[in-house]
Design a protein around this ligand. Structure first.
Ligand SMILES: Cc1cc2nc3c(=O)[nH]c(=O)nc-3n(C[C@H](O)[C@H](O)[C@H](O)COP(=O)(O)OP(=O)(O)OC[C@H]3O[C@@H](n4cnc5c(N)ncnc54)[C@H](O)[C@@H]3O)c2cc1C
Length: 341
């Protein structure tokens, strides 16, 4: 076999980063990203894009830490290159504050972000409702820039982007040798995975260029994340809610919670509402699957279910998916009885 034809289903941060990673690391591969929606219409576009990982109940912490570390290192390289502005990746410093001392005073990711330390009494005076805090510098990946940048890199590498809804992965056979499923919440229908469900998130994007530090309430529910073109104010976590329309009452509530953390936001202007559905699952599904039907076989790699923290781990997760693609290619190039696959 010469060139391996690979289809990546999904064009959110997971699909595009996986496509780019495969095209960089897998020789003699041809990549086609197939998706019903592209930037700016994906869940990934709604994400604030802060690199602060979220735990998944069934994904082991060492695995999660590895994905986060790989993602942080990868984006750090971009942030210190001339590409930083085009890619929308930059460093941001700030505080995570708690109303009571958290169970884990030093989280598992503390040595991955930069300059992690406990906040001083003087710093905490700014947050009279909070008694404990962590100060650190992390990265922000603005998906409104990062996704188009990824698309451009994929095309420059010879990859194709196709707008199409896939109802069944078998539609991609025999045109493709391997299918990588990065369809996020779409996997509920596409591969019949009933363990994935939406966690609705509503945020506001406001103009408040004087806000330079991020502030995150330790509950993760309220946050102020400054970026290059707007400040994201969050948020909500509504399990099982599929409603993509903004709720004005929730917007007022988010604004008031954020103003309590950062009173200067009362002067914010140009307020926009955004809603996204986090593709939530007990663990990220990162695995190979061999589908067999009527004597035909379809080699699949799944990479979906990144819930609240997909931006934070996307590159590590793409590297892992790429390793699985390489294993399938090895299988394709090594004739073996099907029973051994
Ligand atoms: C309000 C909010 C704030 C967030 N903030 C952060 C944050 O600060 N940091 C962080 O790390 N994470 C954050 N997240 C989480 C992050 O957005 C997700 O984890 C991530 O975007 C998931 O990426 P994805 O590519 O799997 O999904 P998506 O972006 O949803 O992409 C899925 C893709 O698959 C395509 N697709 C689906 N089904 C089909 C089909 N049948 N045929 C063809 N194409 C299909 C879709 O069109 C889409 O292109 C936030 C999420 C929300 C909602």
């Amino acid at each position: 076999m010469d060139t391996v034809h690979i289809a990546v289903v999904g064009a959110g941060v997971i699909g595009l980063s996986t496509a780019m990673c495969i095209s960089q690391l897998v020789p003699r591969s041809s990549i086609t990203v197939i998706s019903d929606k592209f930037t700016p219409d994906t869940t990934s576009n709604v994400a604030a894009g802060m690199l602060i990982p979220h735990k998944y109940p069934d994904t082991p912490v060492p695995t999660l830490k590895q994905w986060f570390t790989e993602t942080f290192q990868h984006l750090s390289e971009i942030a210190k290159s001339a590409e930083a502005v085009d890619a929308g990746v930059h460093l941001v410093s700030g505080w995570q504050v708690f109303r009571s001392v958290p169970h884990e005073e030093v989280p598992f990711w503390a040595d991955v972000v930069l300059g992690f330390r406990k906040m001083t009494e003087a710093e905490l005076k700014r947050f009279p409702q909070h008694i404990f805090g962590q100060a650190f510098t992390t990265l922000k990946c603005e998906t409104s820039a990062y996704l188009p940048w990824l698309e451009k890199r994929i095309k420059e590498g010879g990859g194709l982007l196709l707008t199409r809804r896939i109802e069944d992965l078998w539609e991609l056979q025999p045109s493709f040798d391997i299918v990588v499923n990065c369809s996020g919440l779409g996997s509920r229908q596409l591969v019949g995975d009933s363990t994935i469900s939406p966690v609705r998130g509503q945020v506001l994007r406001v103009q408040a260029p004087w806000v330079k530090h991020f502030i995150r309430d330790g509950s993760g529910l309220t946050y102020v994340y400054p970026g290059t073109s707007y400040v994201t104010l969050g948020g909500t976590r509504q399990e099982g809610d599929w409603n993509l329309s903004p709720d004005a009452e929730l917007s007022r509530e988010i604004f008031s919670r954020c103003c309590a953390l950062e009173p200067s936001l009362h002067r914010a202007y140009s307020i926009e509402e955004k809603v996204g559905l986090r593709p939530s699952r007990p663990d990220v599904r990162l695995q190979k699957e061999l589908l067999v039907q009527g004597g035909q076989r379809l080699l699949v790699v799944h990479n979906y279910g990144h819930g609240s923290g997909g931006i934070s781990v996307h590159w590590g997760s793409a590297l892992e998916a790429t390793r699985l693609v390489m294993e399938w290619i090895h299988t394709l190039r090594t004739p073996a009885p099907m029973s051994k696959m």
